[in-house]
Ligand binder design. Sequence first.
Ligand SMILES: Cc1cc2nc3c(=O)[nH]c(=O)nc-3n(C[C@H](O)[C@H](O)[C@H](O)COP(=O)(O)OP(=O)(O)OC[C@H]3O[C@@H](n4cnc5c(N)ncnc54)[C@H](O)[C@@H]3O)c2cc1C
Length: 380
Amino acid sequence: MNIKDKKIAIVGGGPGGLTLARLLQQGGGNVTVYERDINKDARVQGANLDLHEESGLAALKKANLLDAFYANYLPDAGKLRIMDNNGNIHIDDHAEAYGAEHRPEIDRGPLRKILLESLQPNTVVWDSQFVSMEKENDGWNLLFKNEKEYYADIVIGADGANSKIRPYLSDIKPVYSGVTIIEGNIYDAEKNAPSIFKLLKGGKIFAFGNEQSIILSTKGDGSIAFYTGEKVNTNWVKECGINFENLADVKKWFETNFSNWDSIYHELFATSKMTIVPRPLYHYHSDQHWSTQSNLTIIGDAAHRMPPYAGEGVNMAMLDALELSEGLLHAENIKSALENYETRMFERAKEVTAITMQNTVEMHGPKGLQYILDMFVSLR
Ligand SMILES: Cc1cc2nc3c(=O)[nH]c(=O)nc-3n(C[C@H](O)[C@H](O)[C@H](O)COP(=O)(O)OP(=O)(O)OC[C@H]3O[C@@H](n4cnc5c(N)ncnc54)[C@H](O)[C@@H]3O)c2cc1C
């Protein structure tokens, strides 16, 4: 069987989908990426990402993109301060001769740009929000919100946590982790949140206390990305009565719920130059499984969404891309390539989900700060 004779559709142009597209194209694959964003300049939101040697960086190495990565990474962004809710610093990478070079950080925007520029022209079809698909001959006919339709022999869902491709493989529903985050992005943080910007010193802060957390990182464009974490019930976002589009409402919630936190943290909600997104955190049972299909699979968050408390999400998405591309490019039989990929992916996701859920529970428990301090001391 020659994979070059097959039309491959990747739905979703996040880090997982674009890495897969690059790796398949390098091997001669005929790939199209269908992405919901309106164009390549759509703003990519979210905290920056640290890539790990054995996964994210391994995929970029195989894609011949390590030089481009190191031309765009943020050398100081991995430097961490672990703090408590009273504003005390317990571990400080800035004070110790500790580099974060083994887990280099990059903003999501530049990572996407590097991957996009590595693809052949017109590989990505923008403004393509996948809606549904139907079996046609040995492949699939995909339908998009803009009413366009495309045929593919093989479909790979890389469309993130709320994947619309996933239901064609599995009806397993995600489980609420118990923690909801409020994700924020403060633009021009030196001006709009000066004290916290100074405290970050170009790096990141993990802060714990009162069974709550705040994770902050400095982005390359001068903004700060952060998320507060707190144990609330499943439907809290819908039922709490807060209008998350009204910053004054959100500020009031933070002042009340994080009243045990030092005033420096309250600067996070003191500006109007920010965006806010509430996110209840979900994961899949660690023993999830489905029957392999002959021409369809999923990678990244579509396959194994989980809370961000182990920093593995993007790395797993990129490792999925690496392993799946190697399997497909050398396949005698597509179904066995997909089965091998899924077997390894399930095993890996099981381990990482267990670690992530332990972190999620402990970090928001009565000894959250001590848990993280012990973890970082043991890693050094
Ligand atoms: C607050 C927060 C902090 C995080 N921090 C880290 C971290 O430090 N380290 C880490 O490794 N991970 C982190 N993660 C997780 C990480 O962001 C994800 O695991 C990673 O982005 C998954 O990549 P992906 O390509 O699978 O999906 P995504 O990055 O979600 O990309 C999916 C793509 O599909 C597109 N799409 C969605 N639906 C459709 C559709 N219907 N049709 C067409 N296109 C569609 C989207 O527009 C998007 O471009 C964090 C997550 C959050 C929420």
